[in-house]
Structures are given as structure tokens and as C-alpha cells.
Design a protein around this ligand. Structure first.
Ligand code: SAM
Length: 219
């Protein structure tokens, strides 16, 4: 692991050391759009689904319960989060279909994490806003998607249609947890999608509270 990855891992462990115990109960109220993403994954039978920054494993478990014929791989930089994720996956009886590794989203290779060269679906949920070099993550995530596959992303939006005071209060609060909503996510994804001839669908959900993107790679 590089020094930068070790530093980032320590930082995330510091944030989540205790938060992980109340993470799922509290985040359901403000990490909006995650269930929509899970509904729209719809992986092919027998295919692999990858989550970057899987946290407590909440999304992987829900996705595996919805899609009983797919395999799931997740990774996170935080050992503390992974400990919780692995325990939850085992409690849900899904250890044979979900694996969770430690890896850095800015420097991962899918074949190092599983036997597959590509995944049919890759998703990133409320994680880009916590990664300072988030632009580095996107080409890697797209590289992991197989032909005809999709990359789904949900994260905090720019609160366009919500009162200005709400955006100021929310962003100030998020900064305390090293969360920085990415104002130029759509622009960056538009550029990357056009470079590889992929299609991008970008939606502002809940009056801009969350942004939701789907990139479909050519078959
Ligand atoms: C807000 S949580 C989201 C967890 C989960 N995706 C969800 O939707 O509930 C962000 C996660 O990203 C992880 N993370 C932050 N930087 C990362 C990086 N460089 N590589 C992989 N995971 C990272 C954190 O440890 C944390 O578990």
C-alpha cells in the first residue's frame, strides 16, 4: 500500500471507528437514492457486481438479496468498515455470494479482487464525495465495467432547487466528516463517457439533494 493509501485508510478508520455502529440506522435518512440505484442495477444472471467503497456492506447485502443469481464483490479502504461489513454479510448468510476486500478506489484492479477481468455492473454510492482525488477513481471504475455493462453512481448533489440556507448548512455539516459534494461530477462523466463512446444518463434527484448517474458502455 502506498503512503497516500495508508494515510487515507487511517483517516477513514478515524471517522468510522465508532460511527460504523450507528451507520446503517442513521444514514438511511440522508444517503438518499441508494435504493433507486440498487433497484436499477438488474445484473444478468451469473454476472459480477462490484461496489467501490462498500462501507458497512449495506448496499451489497440488499443487492444480493434482490439479485440471487449474481455474485458481489465490494471493497473499502477502511479496515473498521470492512470488519462491520464482513460480520453483517456473514449474519445475512451471504458469505458465499459476497466478498469484501480492503482496497483503495484510486488504485484498484478488479482481477486482484476476484477471478473476473470485468464486472457487469459497478457502482459507487456516497463515496466519491469522500475521496480527494475522486477524478482518478472514475477511469478505473469504468475500466472495471465489461462491454455492455454499466457504472452507477449516486452521491450528494448541489441542492439546486432547495433553499440556499439548506445547502450552506448541509455542506458545512458534511465538511466535518470530510465529505465534499462534487460540483463538476456531471462534467467529468460527460467527458469520460464521450472518450469511450459510452452513453451517460445524469439525473438530479429530490430537488438536487442527490445526483444519480448511469454510464452504459458499448457492447
Ligand atoms: C459514506 S460511506 C458510503 C458507504 C456505502 N457505499 C453506502 O452507500 O452506504 C463512504 C465509504 O467510502 C470509503 N472510502 C473512502 N475513501 C476510499 C477510498 N479511497 N477507497 C475505497 N473506499 C474509500 C469509506 O471508508 C466509507 O466506508
Amino acid at each position: 500500500m502506498s503512503i497516500a493509501t495508508q494515510d487515507a485508510a487511517r483517516h477513514m478508520d478515524g471517522i468510522y471507528k465508532y460511527q460504523r455502529y450507528i451507520y446503517n440506522a442513521t444514514r438511511k435518512y440522508y444517503l438518499l437514492g441508494r435504493n433507486r440505484l440498487l433497484d436499477e442495477l438488474q445484473p444478468d444472471d451469473g454476472s459480477t457486481v462490484l461496489e467501490l467503497g462498500c462501507g458497512t456492506g449495506r448496499n451489497l447485502i440488499h443487492a444480493a438479496q434482490r439479485c440471487p443469481n449474481a455474485r458481489f464483490v465490494g471493497f473499502d479502504i477502511s479496515r473498521a468498515m470492512l470488519e462491520t461489513a464482513r460480520a453483517s454479510i456473514a449474519r445475512a448468510g451471504l458469505s458465499d455470494r459476497i466478498v469484501a476486500h480492503q482496497a483503495d478506489a484510486t488504485a484498484f484492479d478488479l482481477p486482484d479482487l476476484c477471478s473476473e477481468a470485468h464486472a457487469g455492473r459497478v457502482f459507487i454510492s456516497y463515496t466519491l464525495s469522500m475521496i480527494p482525488p475522486w477524478r482518478q477513481v472514475l477511469p478505473r471504475a469504468l475500466e472495471a465495467v465489461g462491454p455492455g455493462g454499466r457504472l452507477h453512481i449516486v452521491d450528494f448533489g448541489q441542492q439546486e432547487a432547495l433553499p440556499r440556507w439548506f445547502k450552506s448548512a448541509l455542506f458545512a455539516w458534511l465538511r466535518q466528516f470530510s465529505v465534499h459534494p462534487r460540483a463538476d461530477l456531471e462534467q467529468e462523466l460527460t467527458k469520460l463517457a464521450s472518450e469511450i463512446g459510452a452513453t451517460l444518463e445524469f439525473r438530479h434527484l429530490y430537488r438536487g439533494y442527490a445526483d444519480y448517474a448511469v454510464i452504459t458502455k458499448p457492447a
